[in-house]
Structure formats: C-alpha cells, structure tokens
Design a protein around this ligand. Sequence first.
Ligand code: ADP
Ligand code: MG
Ligand code: MG
Length: 499
Amino acid sequence: PGRRVVTAAMSAEAAPGVEPAEAEPGAAAGPGQQQAVLLAEMVEDAAVWCALHGLVVGDRADPRSGTVPGVGLVHAPFSLLPSRFPTSFWKQACELAPIFNELVDRVSLDGEFLQAALSRTKQVDEFTARLLEIHEKMMAINKKEAIRLGLHRSDYMLDSETNSLLQIELNTISSSFPGLGSLVSELHRTLLNQYGKVLGLDSKRIPRNWAATQFAEALGKAWAEYNNDSAVVLMVVQPEERNMYDQYWLANHLKESYGVTTIRKTLAQVEAEGQVLTDGTLVIDGRTVAVVYFRAGYAPTDYPSEAEWKARLLMEQSSAVKCPSISYHLVGTKKIQQELAKPNVLERFLDSKEDIAKLRKSFAGLWSLDNEEIVKSAIEKPDLFVLKPQREGGGNNIYGHDVRDTLIKLQKEQGESLAAYILMQRIFPKASLTPLVRGGDCFEDLTISELGIYGAYLRNKDKVILNNQCGYLMRTKVSSSNEGGVAAGFAVLDSVLLT
Ligand code: ADP
Ligand code: MG
Ligand code: MG
C-alpha cells in the first residue's frame, strides 16, 4: 500500500505531487498545507457524491453485502482525479470498437475454426473443454442464432517503450463496470467543475461516458427484436456479488427507458427453475426469457457442480438471445486472441484491408507455446513476457520469475501441458503519482492505467441494428502490482482526461 496522505476526516499529511509542508509549528499554513486541506475537501466531496449517486459496491467487511441489496455499501475504489490520456490514442481505441465487434461476429460463425484453434487447449484445460463440448453440440444440431448480441470491452495499455496503444485482451462475456464506470466520469466532471480552476484542469477534457445507458439500449433493442411483450431479460449472476450495483444500474435503465423487466438468477437456479419448450422458448420460473445476459459463467468456480453446466447448455439450446452465445464466449478466449494475431488470419474474417491494418496495429506480441524459440526467450528474459492461462476475471496470469519457473516445470511434464497457456509481450505503461481513494482513505502511489472501450453489437439475420463504441472504463492500479482487476482488489475506477 502507498503512502496514506489524507482521510476524509482531514488528517492531512501532504498533497499529491507536493513535498510535505515544511511549516514550523505555529507558523501560518504554507502552500503545501493548503493543498493538503484542499485534497481532504475533495476526498470528502467525492465520497459523498458516490454515496448519493450509487457509485457503490458491497463492503467486504459485511458478510451480507454480496447477497442482500442495500446492505453494507461502500463507495467503489476510485482515483481522485482523471488520468491523462493522449487524444490521438483515445481516438484510435474508440475507432477499433466497431471493428472488433464485427470481428467477433464473423469469427463466431466459423465453428470449425474455433474448434480447431482450441483443440490442443481442450486436452489440458477442463474448463475450456466443457465450453467446447457445448459448442460442439450446437454445431451438431446446426443451431443458428438469428439475433446476435455482443456487449464487449476491449482493454488497452499505452506501451512506453514503443509509444503505441496495445490491446491487453477483448472481453466478450460479463464485461464489467459499464454502470459504475459511467458514474466515475460524472464524479470527475463534478470535482473538476468545482476544483478544476485551482488545479488547472478543465472538466471539458473528460469525454462523456454513456456506457450504462448504451449497454441498456443494446439489451432493450435485443429484447424488442425477440418480439414478446411479456418476456423478460434474465441476468445470470453469481450467488454472491459485491459488484451488484454495477449490474442493477443496467437493469434500472432497462426498466426506465424500455419498460423491460430484468430477473436475476444463478446458474443453479436456472437449472432448478428453467425449461425449454418444444418451440425453443426459454421459461424460468414461469416467465419467458427474451435475452440471457451473463454476469457469471466465465470462470470454473461458477460451475461447482453438473447442475450449472446443465443450466448453461439449457440456455444455449433455447431460442433466447444469448449475451454471449457460446461461440461469442469462445472468441473472447486468450487462445483465440493469439490465433487471430497470426499472419493472414484476420484476412479470413474481414474484408476491409484498412480495418485489418488498424486491428493489427493494436496487437502486442502473442505466441503459442509450441514455438520453442519464444519459450526459450521467455525463460531467458521472463520480465518481457506475461504467461496467460485460459481464464477471466483477474488474478490468473503469471509474471516475472514465475514465468521462468512455470515454463521449465511445464516443459518437464509429459504431454500437452504447455497448450493450456499463451505467451504475451509484456506492456510497460508509464507510471505517474496518483491519489487513490479506498474506504474513505486517500493514498498516493505510483500507478499505471488500462483503458477499456465498450462496444455493443446487435444483428438480426442480415440486419445490423447496432455496431457502436459505447463509453469507456479507465482502471488505474499501483504500478508494482501485476494484475489489474477492480473487483479482484488490484485497481481503482478512473476516467480519462484528454491531453
Ligand atoms: P483477465 O481476463 O483475467 O482480466 P487480462 O489479460 O486482462 O486477464 O490480464 C489481467 C491483468 O494483467 C490486466 O488487467 C493487466 O493489468 C495485466 N496484464 C495482462 N496482460 C498484460 C501485458 N501483456 N502486459 C502488462 N500487463 C498485462
Ligand atoms: Mg478478461
Ligand atoms: Mg482483463
């Protein structure tokens, strides 16, 4: 943890980027002290704003905060000020969103490609194998998804070595924080409207962020395409979810703007209460489901028994719109990211040479572990690589010395163990000093940021109804931490200050 600089109770020590005040005891407050007081005021204003506007998560300290709404709330961790980001890279990232949306859709149509690309992973990764099994079953019955809904988030870091915007990953399932992310931009705008003059920061430099309403719009339009006024949206959730307010924001917009009801069920509840009628209609607890929106189901821990797998298969077999379908889910795996980065693969799926060039420019080095040369390099210089298994949700990747140790261990094992992982070029963003607020306390630390750009895609047969960039999520983490998840406790929510 970084240096504790100030709490909401105004026990100021120093302001960000300012040397501690050298004032003599009893002397008048110096500029350092003044700034510390200002900072304390801002922290308090910000924390109050969060409470009044629903920028909240469940508090770990309260055991009921993940299951009972309205109990044990705490403000989401946030950075006190938006992070600087060059306008040119911002535009580049936004422009990529509709292209990635289209790419996901195209790749998802090529079942043979997905099966072949993941065939070796399947032998050593039980979780991926189970997903592929469902996918295979859908291929066998020639299942067609007429209405296709994607709610993605493509994440990027600015690499200081090459001065380029490079993609970390593309999330096609359970892309989180559209709700709270939009609010952080509003929080920062409000703070800069009040304090921007003193700080020399202009609130107009924070891009508007409509991620929550735009995701709700996509869900609402998918619901409308399904064309059954009494049908609901099913949000598939984990039994315990401290990030539930991010999800409730979407449900709230869906209700207010489209009159659509959202029901929340765990995979186990779907198994117990769900059925698919002979015409393909998905019925849960007596209600017809138009859209299944997954905020669970991306990790092995979401499937503690066969019941959860049965539920996933049941929903996939139905005619409900799935966000994501099993094929969209698979397109978002790290193995597919690596396969798409190989020469001449994008060309199989996209027609526009210009679009292909734009995507490729954002690809970092990605390698499969059957490349002996690269494994050798990674053992020699592990700090230049990240070793990634086929997992989501943060906290799964391998860095530094562990890359070497793991690779040596995997090499010694017989069989296909290496196929469970991919290697990625490590990206090195420039670090800067940032005040971070967690649990009402402000800490200053050296941080790096990751920009996520949301994308929504909706198609019914040949008619593309939506293909948009919709808002963003900046996440900022202490630079000494390898991982970046907010829910996983590594990062804080942030927004963008264009430079
Ligand atoms: P997950 O699906 O679990 O979020 P990611 O690929 O996004 O997996 O990796 C998790 C975190 O690890 C990222 O948010 C980022 O902070 C860090 N990370 C991932 N890939 C790289 C990379 N190539 N270079 C530097 N950091 C990385
Ligand atoms: Mg991910
Ligand atoms: Mg990630």
